[in-house]
Ligand binder design. Structure first.
Ligand code: NG1
Ligand code: ZN
Length: 553
């Protein structure tokens, strides 16, 4: 028999750890970094197959985002820069959990790793041998386990004939997704291209803004991760912003995500380490460990608290700005596309109820999606301009190709005649926003620059922005249960359908609280059921969440 193009002899170098099952959850495979080598090796194979199948470059990112430094994870970016298509997730799960070939005698041969790959290649009609090549861009965050895992990924890729691993070094997650997208579009895709594009479009947006005086100083918590490092790099080519980065991850500044970072600030509503009394009242922002989440905050005078300006408020700020630009654009004579330009915002059930109410009052179409950016992204992509954010600060703004080419054509046409008009300017602003904000995935660095540009445009302080609406008090808790997947939800996770009867009990409890809202869902990244409750006072929200935990247990 002729040799199969997949040389899974390498598999033996990365034995499967005993007694663990990995699932491609909300954000790829994640666990303790020390037991991930076989998973990452096999994710390398998966990425190579994905690239062969699509005939395009794909990405493989090693990160565990906001999780502790000892964790790590791996996820695949599809050719468009988005997350790997969901149809491949069952194969991904089967592949990383399939027994090693050595164990062949103990298990049904059908399920072992090599056979599984061969079968899948056949089923999916993945081309081999005709000189097809596969390119996989590799990125990783600053975790110490990243080096060894990178090797495992390369070996996995190399075990597929025709597949090439291209190591892009230490990157934020959104940088890698951006590169994959741009390579496949045939546009500039290096790290310095990324930096230059962000700096340039930011500068253009500021130039297109009225001459407002600005609270230009911004203190940023880099979570002691890659985001802080990259922001410092970006700072060198930025003008008009006075950014001070703390928790950059340098020797002596502290550990990745420990007592700092966007997740910590959002969940604890506490100031991150390296921030103190001197920062009270300042405009501050916090990135997460891999630079795809962004929240703002104002350290308050009382103890360690902050006024949190979360992803919902970033979404609201962006929605206000975009809507205003679209209104300018569409009010103009000759722009008869008013009906045709669709603007939508996408949130999850975790969005604060006050934000949803505010957005609806603005007349915006608000869509609810299940947790996980892959779901939000998909919904947002159905609009000409789709804005999505999770409350935790992960999100972006998507522009349809159709709308962008329309804007471009219009701006070319107007540039000679009506260059000073507000309508012309709004077209230009929208074009610059599409260049600034990452079109592949949520990106804290580009998000931060857009927030700053919009605040500048509005002449708003962070305080003015924060006061657009007031968050309803809320509480998030985790319930440790025997099997989190016993809880099955529907309606964008707002209703429990299994186990039967649970939703009725939750409804009954919720009805006892004014402005009460409560839902439970299995986490996609941790072995817990998450509980969220909102009510008119903090005590009430706490108590509702507590009762729901008891119902789930
Ligand atoms: P899970 O564990 O499925 O709740 C968490 C976050 C998501 C998303 C993913 C990926 C919450 C409630 N959930 O998912 O929003 O960021 O991690 O990192 O914050
Ligand atoms: Zn992240």
């Amino acid at each position: 028999e002729k040799q199969h193009p997949i040389l899974l002899d390498y598999v033996r170098q990365y034995p499967l750890p005993h007694g663990v099952r990995f699932t491609y959850g909300t954000a790829g495979f994640r666990s303790e970094g020390s037991i991930l080598a076989s998973t990452v090796f096999r994710a390398g194979i998966l990425a190579a197959l994905r690239s062969l199948k699509t005939g395009s470059t794909v990405g493989l990112m090693l990160t565990a985002s906001h999780n502790p430094i000892s964790d790590n994870g791996v996820k695949i970016a599809d050719p468009d820069g988005g997350m790997m298509i969901q149809q491949w997730e069952p194969f991904a799960d089967a592949l990383v959990n399939a027994p090693d070939p050595e164990h062949l005698l103990q298990v049904s041969a059908l399920f072992h790793c090599t056979l599984l790959v061969i079968q899948f290649v056949k089923e999916e009609n993945i081309p081999f041998g005709g000189g097809q090549s596969a390119n996989i861009l590799l990125g990783r965050d600053t975790r110490p386990s990243g080096d060894a895992l990178l090797e495992a990924a390369k070996q996995g890729i190399n075990s597929v004939v025709g597949a090439f691993a291209i190591d892009m070094g230490i990157l934020t997650t959104p940088q890698l997704h951006w590169m994959v997208r741009n390579i496949n579009k045939g546009t500039r895709s290096s790290e310095s291209d990324y930096m230059e594009q962000l700096a340039k479009s930011f500068r253009c947006l500021v130039d297109l803004a009225p001459d407002n005086t600005m609270e230009s100083k911004l203190v940023v918590d880099g979570a002691n991760g890659v985001g802080g490092e990259k922001l410092q790099q970006l700072k060198k080519i930025l003008s008009g912003l006075d950014i001070c980065v703390r928790n950059t991850g340098k020797e002596g500044e502290g550990l990745l995500n420990e007592g700092c970072g966007a997740d910590y600030v959002q969940k604890e509503k506490a100031i991150p380490s390296s921030f103190g009394l001197d920062d009270v009242g300042m405009k501050c922002a916090s990135l997460d460990g891999d630079g795809d989440r962004l929240v703002y905050f104002i350290p308050s005078a009382s103890s360690n608290n902050v006024d949190l300006v979360d992803g919902d408020k970033i979404l609201t700020l962006f929605a206000l700005f975009i809507k205003e630009q679209l209104d300018f654009l569409c009010n103009e004579q000759g722009f008869d596309n008013k009906e045709a330009v669709s603007l939508g915002v996408v949130q999850t059930a975790y969005a604060n109820g006050a934000s949803t109410a505010y957005l609806k009052k603005l007349g915006l179409e608000v869509v609810l999606a299940p947790t996980g950016v892959k779901y939000l992204h998909k919904e947002a992509a159905t609009f000409d301009v789709g804005i999505y954010f999770e409350a935790n600060g992960h999100g972006t703004i998507l522009f349809s190709e159709k709308f962008l080419s329309h804007l471009q054509a219009r701006s070319d046409e107007l540039s000679s005649t009506a260059s000073g008009s507000e309508s012309h300017k709004s077209g230009l602003r929208l074009l610059e926003v599409s260049r600034l904000i990452n079109q592949a995935v949520g990106d804290a660095l580009s998000g931060l620059l857009l927030v700053e540009a919009v605040l500048q445009y509005k002449g708003w302080s962070i305080k003015a922005w924060n006061e657009l609406y007031q968050d309803l008090p809320s509480r998030q808790l985790k319930a440790k249960v025997a099997d989190r997947n016993a809880v099955v939800t529907a309606n964008a996770e707002t209703k429990v359908v299994k186990p039967p009867g649970l939703q009725e009990l939750i409804d009954e409890e919720t009805a006892k609280y004014p402005c009460g809202r409560c839902f439970v869902r299995p986490s996609g990244t941790e072995d817990v059921v998450r509980v969220y409750a909102e009510a008119s006072t903090q005590e009430a929200a706490d108590s509702l969440a507590q009762s729901a935990v008891q119902l789930v247990d």
